[in-house]
Design a protein around this ligand. Structure first.
Ligand SMILES: [Zn+2]
Length: 251
């Protein structure tokens, strides 16, 4: 009898302490959807991915909202991804991470920015592990090809986030799961320029993330989609988190 009481007394504080530490701000990573393929990742560093805000009818922020950003990751040179990267980099002191050729193009056409060029592979920048991975798409300023498209697997504060960029599904996504393990996948579902719901659901099967957040849909008429259809196709293997622009998912 006394044993049971004592073991319960030991158990209780343990549960509460772990809960308190979360409440008192145990490190969590916030993933804020800014509309289209744009995300803000907030942890020990502040990272933006594909900050297309000006001209984005779904934008949940303005370039002027960002005063301090550590890194801006660019998946390819199309305007709806490169977006306001240069403007924000200048005002917020962020380094732009991009495919080598895009990085060179940006530095040559803009004074006063710092870029880090990569070419598919892993690196570590300011304590954030970044793997630049392939994507099946194109990359240009609309006329001239600039570099190749990519996605990123980011590990920040122990959380692994995959931003696929613009891409069709491909079998090598299995490698990303094998090599890194994905906690949260950000996948395009709009179709026309990228995977649609069916292909993105297949990508979830290959990537096996804990959570998936759909993106790159409903910004413009050609990429109109119902995210609930995607959710249904994924089933219960992975939790589908549908974010409205401006909403944040915390992990
Ligand atoms: Zn594109």
């Amino acid at each position: 009898m006394s044993r049971i009481v004592s073991s319960e007394r030991v158990k209780f504080p343990k549960v509460n302490i772990s809960r308190w530490s979360v409440l008192e701000g145990e490190k969590m990573v916030g993933i804020r959807f800014l509309g289209h393929a744009a995300f803000e990742i907030k942890g020990s560093k502040r990272i933006l991915i594909d900050p297309f805000l000006t001209g984005n009818p779904k934008a949940a922020a303005k370039p002027e909202d960002f005063d301090k950003v550590d890194l801006i990751l660019i998946t390819h040179a199309h305007g709806d991804h490169l977006g306001d990267a240069v403007k924000i980099a200048k005002r917020a002191g962020a380094k732009i991470v991009a495919m080598y050729d895009i990085s060179t193009y940006l530095v040559e056409s803009n004074k006063g920015i710092t870029t880090i060029g990569m070419n598919y592979g892993p690196t570590e920048i300011d304590g954030v592990k970044i793997v630049q991975v392939p994507a099946w798409h194109s990359s240009s300023d609309g006329k001239t090809n600039i570099g190749n498209p990519c996605g990123y697997i980011i590990e920040i504060d122990g959380v692994k986030i995959y931003h696929a960029g613009d891409t069709y599904v491909f079998k090598d996504m299995e490698l990303f799961a094998e090599l890194y393990g994905i906690d949260v996948a950000l996948l395009p579902i709009g179709g026309h320029f990228t995977m649609g719901p069916k292909e993105a659901a297949k990508a979830v099967e290959l990537l096996k993330p804990k959570y998936v957040i759909p993106m790159h849909y409903n910004t413009f008429p050609p990429i109109a989609q119902n995210p609930e259809e995607f959710k249904e196709l994924v089933g219960d293997k992975t939790e589908v988190v549908i974010l409205n622009p401006g909403e944040t998912f915390e992990i």
